[in-house]
Write a protein that binds this ligand. Structure first.
Ligand SMILES: NC(=O)c1ccc[n+]([C@@H]2O[C@H](COP(=O)([O-])OP(=O)(O)OC[C@H]3O[C@@H](n4cnc5c(N)ncnc54)[C@H](O)[C@@H]3O)[C@@H](O)[C@H]2O)c1
Length: 328
């Protein structure tokens, strides 16, 4: 049996990855504490409810399945929350990952694809950002991910641990035809929040318009969840045929300001979107745009779905479906 452990498989990105891996003949085993994930989204492969911070839960999991490898997504990832409460970020993300990697070594599971983030770069000194850009995270979330990256890199030097570390930029979009999309509670991501405000006729908050960008609002790079899923599949398959041990950015390769996203949200929903500029949040860099040449060179990957209008349009389809479902 081709078992693949997907930590955080009940979450937004993990549930899509499970579907993709299942379609390719793997059996994705979701390991999730359901603190943020949804049971209904685990439809492809078994769900093992458990906690990464519990060595015992992990021991039972690794005794039960003979994993080919691990896709490690489970984490807390709310930047503002991490600024206000760093300890839960270091505990959940770093200690949880340490426990997982120790178990991989104990059970001789050699391959890991790890979900990192562009937040490891902090405030970029040049853009687009390539992988050898200095890493100076400006919030505990980014720092917790960077610590895990270092742990994986250092362990791989003295254990048989092969890795691909993927530094995601902003993930959005959905696989609405399979009823999968973002269902975070609370939602903190820009596109679903803007769609919600447009649909509910509420005011969309813009956190600062005095950044060093073309229109003063933050610039971000959006990648469609389907493109991100493909990167995981390519990374995992490459790990099974060779020793990769690479850190790779994953983004759409283009940046959009908040005002530009608002413009597209209005166009796609055909609704008005009222906005209000409020003060900056702590820990938000001005601009995060990915140089994606490494993913092209190493994985022969090109974004297929990450045109920003398609990203927003697929998020909108999902939003309407999920809204109807949650109201019925
Ligand atoms: N969504 C984005 O735009 C984005 C950008 C960069 C990086 N990432 C990273 O991608 C990963 C997945 O993001 P997502 O948006 O799908 O998040 P999500 O919150 O939807 O999913 C995370 C899942 O992990 C589970 N989890 C968290 N801590 C756990 C623990 N200690 N033990 C077991 N399960 C635990 C949660 O219950 C949840 O189901 C995260 O690691 C995140 O940091 C996401």
């Amino acid at each position: 049996m081709k078992y693949v452990l997907v930590t955080g498989g009940a979450g937004y990105i993990g549930s899509y990855i499970c579907k993709l891996f299942y379609d390719k003949g793997y059996i994705p085993v979701t390991f999730d504490n359901l603190s943020l994930g949804n049971k209904w989204s685990v439809k492809w492969g078994p769900l093992e409810v458990g906690e990464l911070c519990s060595e015992n839960d992990l021991q039972k999991l690794f005794e039960k399945y003979n994993f080919m490898g691990v896709i490690h997504l489970a984490a807390l990832s709310n930047v503002s929350e991490s600024v206000n409460n760093p300890s839960i970020y270091y505990k959940n993300n770093v200690i949880g990952s340490y426990n997982l990697i120790e178990k991989m070594i104990k059970f001789n599971v050699k391959n890991i694809v790890f979900s990192s983030t562009a937040a490891v770069y902090g405030n970029p000194i040049h853009s687009p950002i390539c992988e050898n850009h200095p890493t100076q995270p400006i919030n505990p979330y980014g720092d917790s991910k960077l610590t895990i990256e270092k742990l994986i890199c250092n362990y791989s030097k003295c254990h048989e641990l092969n890795f691909v570390i993927l530094r995601y930029f902003n993930v959005s979009g959905s696989d609405f035809s399979n009823n999968l999309g973002e269902a975070h509670l609370p939602e903190t991501h820009l596109i679903p929040l803007a769609l919600e405000a447009a649909h509910q006729n509420t005011i969309f908050k813009i956190y600062g318009d005095n950044y060093q960008t073309t229109d003063g609002t933050c610039i971000r790079d959006y990648i469609h969840v389907k493109d991100l899923g493909n990167v995981h599949l390519l990374s995992f398959e490459k790990l099974n045929s060779s020793k990769v041990n690479q850190i790779i950015n994953v983004g759409g390769g283009k940046g959009y300001t908040v005002y530009e996203i608002i413009k597209y949200v209005k166009k796609i929903t055909n609704l008005d979107l009222k906005t209000d500029v409020i003060k900056r949040r702590k820990g938000d860099p001005d601009i995060l745009v990915s140089d994606i040449s490494m993913s092209k060179n190493i994985l022969s990957w090109e974004p297929e779905y990450s045109d920003v209008e398609q990203v927003i349009s697929d998020s909108w389809e999902w939003y309407k479906y999920y809204k109807t479902l949650s109201q019925s």
